[in-house]
Design a protein around this ligand. Structure first.
Ligand SMILES: C[S@@+](CC[C@H](N)C(=O)[O-])C[C@H]1O[C@@H](n2cnc3c(N)ncnc32)[C@H](O)[C@@H]1O
Length: 198
């Protein structure tokens, strides 16, 4: 994972990549957006997924701990950007807005220590109404970053257990050797998740 000063390069590297498949699946499952469609993107980076959330007609609260991320999101000058509420905050500390239907966190939610991760997940579960969705990635125990402080890794069974009370629409386990966006070799163990609250 890049250090704080390294996120800027990360954003530049991934700037033109398409939105994450977990987000696409969640948005597709909702169908047409309404004026009330409200999402939050936790650890949004420079807005790879925000672009798509807006394009589909949703409003979105865009949260990232790095001011650089939201500065780069603003530089995109997206049509409909008045529907973005940018917040510089650690996701563990951000209040979840009323009326939320989608919580998206692509490759970001594990970037907090386990106790805060579980607290945050409990808040997400509480904030979502029946029919609301979570989309994003969690890390498994064979991920190459295991042991790094400040990151949460979940056994598969523990991850599935957290989704109790949800209909699981996607739970794809990926284990692969490849490189990070910054070109460092890494073993990835990822759960790609889309889940709908019952
Ligand atoms: C791997 S990037 C993913 C960015 C984007 N969601 C994507 O899919 O490309 C992780 C992002 O999460 C942010 N981040 C890391 N820890 C965070 C935390 N505890 N709270 C909020 N943002 C965090 C980083 O600043 C970075 O922009």
């Amino acid at each position: 994972m890049p250090q704080a000063q390294g996120w800027s390069e990360y954003y530049d590297e991934l700037r033109d990549r398409p939105p994450r498949s977990t987000l696409i699946a969640a948005l597709d499952a909702f169908g047409e957006a309404s004026v009330e469609s409200l999402a939050i993107d936790l650890g949004c980076g420079d807005g790879r997924d925000v672009v798509e959330i807006l394009r589909r007609g949703w409003s979105v609260v865009a949260v990232d701990a790095e001011p650089q991320a939201l500065a780069k999101l603003a530089e995109r000058n997206l049509p409909g950007s008045e529907k973005i509420t940018p917040i510089v905050s650690r996701m563990e500390d951000v209040p979840l807005p009323l009326g939320l239907q989608l919580v998206n966190s692509s490759f970001a939610m594990p970037l907090c220590e386990p106790e805060r991760f579980h607290e945050l997940w409990a808040r997400i579960v509480e904030a979502l109404p029946a029919g609301g969705r979570f989309s994003g990635q969690w890390y498994g125990p064979r991920d190459g970053w295991i042991g790094r402080p400040g990151i949460t890794f979940l056994e598969r069974d523990a991850a599935v257990a957290l989704l109790d009370g949800f209909d699981i629409e996607m739970f794809d386990e990926e284990e692969a050797d490849s490189t990070t966006p910054r070109g460092k070799p890494k073993h990835w163990h990822i759960f790609h998740i889309v889940a709908r609250k019952r």
